[in-house]
Design a protein around this ligand. Sequence first.
Ligand code: ZN
Length: 499
Amino acid sequence: MIKAEKELRDYFEKMGDYNQAAKMLSLDMSTNMPKEGFERHRRALTRLSGELFAMNTAPKLKALIEELSLPEHYAELSPEMKFSVSLMKREFTENSRIPAELHNDYVSEKALANKKWQEAKKAGDFELFKDQLQKVIDLKKEIIAYKHPNEPVYDALLNECEEGMNTETYDKLFSELKEFLIPFIKEILSKPEPDDSKFNRIYDLNHERKAQEYLLKYIGFDYDRGTTAETEHPFTSAFSSKDVRITNHFHEDTAIRPMFSSIHEGGHAIFGQNVNPAFDGLPAENCRYAGLHESQSRFYENTLGHNINFWKPIYKDIQKIVPEFKDVSLEEFNREINHVRNSFIRTCADEVTYCLHIIIRYELEKEIFVNNVPVSNLRDMWNEKMQEYLGLTPPDDALGILQDMHWANNYYGYFPTYLLGSIYDGMFLEALERDLGDVDKVLSDGRIMDITKWLNEKIHVYGSTRTPRDTITEVCGKEVTAKPLCDYFKKKYTDIYKL
Ligand code: ZN
């Protein structure tokens, strides 16, 4: 190993340590911080983030990257170092165009946006949030214009979330889906609804916590390299493959929702835990592609978890852990988890109408970033789109535009990656069945670990080193298309709803 490589590895390690501290602060802000601790946390996070930004744009980093980019040195690097050097070279160029003051302003305003959003959500009133949201959106537009001066802002944001994506590709995929889904959902909703009265009851939160532990172990989450905590909104934070944190929210009025959140976050976490350990401390270690990441969480949650065969080997255990399901048969349980209905909240939606929730957000983000619609118009636009696609008008903003944390947390261009993840999943399912045989059989045999192993080998181990497009081509042997997802919906719901 030449001296510059050793120095760059040390530099990455140091950045990784700062990053770990910043991530830990953010995690703590959501899990454990008392209300009055906010200002000090915000200050610390802004300072750390400023230090990281300075390291990201330091001349020393530039010099090391340039040296290792010389063909004779670059050729000698391992694939993960090659990836890390190319990535940092690109990011260095982009980041050094942003004035440091602008960056610090943005970090600080963003923390405030999160706080304002929480208050507004509690009050169910978008008015309390809109000015701060406008402020961070304007700052974000300014930052993107510095980073990607020759690209339309929204295309740049989409590409930052999922490399290779832009409005043109999303428009094509989503219109393919919409064409299929809108009449299909109508047909489903014209059929009799299943009776859900057995599920309307109070659930013991400790039963839900135990079910989470059981399910996470069942799908392959490693408790020696991960822990769980409780937050308002579930999420997963990966520090390294040896330390992945899951959070969840338990509800008294539903045990189903937290169980599926566990499986979803478990999918993210299993990805994080199975990245090649040789990538530890390098920019390659965490998968940075949101669509690919969501494809893994949603594969566990929907493709596997919403399949009755997933539950066949374990439903008796689940009934013991959650005795509230004692008088619910497996068939009734399956009917309820696949109950299609129009609803207000994205994270509670069934897997079919869920697609429309995402399409609404994608179309609104285009309004914000392509058509520059002011934030003060967004609530009305949100409510109109809800009416258009789902036939519902939210009674207040907590059930409407304030429900998601994304816009308050700097995630612009992120929403469409959830649906893209499902589109990938349609394709992954085809590939998995080609390799392992009928998924219903694998699941009903209780061989879920065969599937986890397949995902580990085909996808997880690569971390960030393989782009989403290359992953899809390698694993599925074709370009991204929504057709397999449509076929999956059609087959499954024609059967369940007797269409
Ligand atoms: Zn997710």
